[in-house]
Design a protein around this ligand. Structure first.
Ligand code: FAD
Length: 292
């Protein structure tokens, strides 16, 4: 099923994101993770695509196929284009189609360094146009409530977002964020620029202090003072920190749902415990919205 049909049917969509394991870690871990996550019956599970190349990229296909064909949950394969040729992308599209995968999150990927290979595409919108010509996939795109790191302003970034929508993206998944006001301001801007597709809010519970430095460098998302206070108090106790991070994310999600968000996309970090606890905290709220 195309993800846009799920958005058409449901007032509130709930999805998970997983990533293929590194070549060095046991592949059994991800199978166990998938088993546990699929029990929670999200509307879809998306599988990231390693920007660094190698076997990890084939794993995206394998895991997306498993989600769909073994667990009967709709899957979304992430696909980046900045390092790829048109022929390479064509081949990946054929393979995904062979596995019955119907949905792709079309991404640019991070800009390669000077000495790294560049491909035939400049932006996610180029990939969207290319896939539209060469496959029958439903296409999602990303958005950045605090603005993308490469862009000089949030408003400029939202203007650029429109290229993806005009190229054929039917829904958006947001970068993670920790202050809902940033998301609401971003939504106001999308209205100003006539972006009318459903937008899922990306939420990642911060459950240990190592994640915090990584988040700041990788996504550029602001971490509110409230969160640092929680860390100061509980970082020495991993279980307490885990519960505090889940509680923070739960509060964020309830506020977003109350304000009428189209969907919640949970970055699970392949951690079924965090996904289950967060899910259990909000599932009755999700059911209630979808019953109305
Ligand atoms: P684009 O939408 O192409 O935007 C990139 C930049 O270019 C922005 O600054 C934008 O404002 C600007 N821009 C866009 N179009 C134009 C235009 N026509 N003219 C001028 N400027 C323009 N990375 C991975 O490697 N693998 C993954 O699986 C992955 N999954 C992700 C999932 C989500 C939900 C998110 C939010 C990010 C993910 N990323 C992933 C990270 C992503 O690849 C990076 O953030 C990357 O730097 C941008 O990709 P994009 O598709 O958002 O780019």
């Amino acid at each position: 099923m195309h993800i846009r049909e799920i958005f058409n049917k449901k007032k509130l969509v709930f999805s998970f994101e997983i990533f293929p394991p590194k070549a060095t870690s046991s592949v059994n871990t991800i199978y166990k993770t998938l088993e546990a996550l699929s029990d929670l019956r999200p509307d879809f599970i998306s599988v990231t695509y390693g920007a660094g190349g190698g076997s990890n990229q084939n794993k995206t296909r394998e895991l997306s196929s498993l989600v769909k064909n073994k667990y009967g949950i709709e899957s979304v394969a992430h696909l980046t284009c900045i390092r790829s040729t048109k022929d390479e992308i064509k081949q990946i599209l054929e393979e995904l189609e062979q596995d019955g995968i119907e949905n792709i999150l079309a991404l640019r990927g991070d800009i390669p360094l000077e000495d790294e290979v560049k491909g035939d595409f400049s932006y996610a919108s180029d990939l969207v146009k290319f896939i539209k010509k060469h496959g029958r996939f439903d296409l999602g795109g990303t958005c950045y409530p605090e603005g993308h790191m490469d862009c000089k302003s949030l408003e400029e970034d939202v203007k650029n977002l429109k290229y993806k929508i005009d190229a054929g993206v039917t829904h958006l998944i947001s970068q993670l964020f920790y202050d809902n006001n940033d998301f609401y301001k971003f939504l106001d801007l999308t209205k100003k620029y006539n972006i009318n597709v459903p937008i899922e809010a990306g939420i990642m519970p911060l459950t240990n202090n190592k994640q915090i430095a990584r988040i700041a460098t990788l996504s550029g998302s602001k971490i509110p003072d409230k969160y640092f206070k929680i860390m100061d108090k509980f970082a020495h106790d991993s279980e307490a920190m885990m519960d505090a991070g889940i509680a923070y994310a739960t509060e964020q999600i309830i506020d977003l749902i109350t304000m009428g968000v189209d969907g919640i996309h949970l970055y699970t970090m392949n951690n079924p415990y965090v996904a289950r606890k967060t899910h259990d905290n909000i599932i009755q709220i999700i059911h209630s919205v979808n019953r109305d």
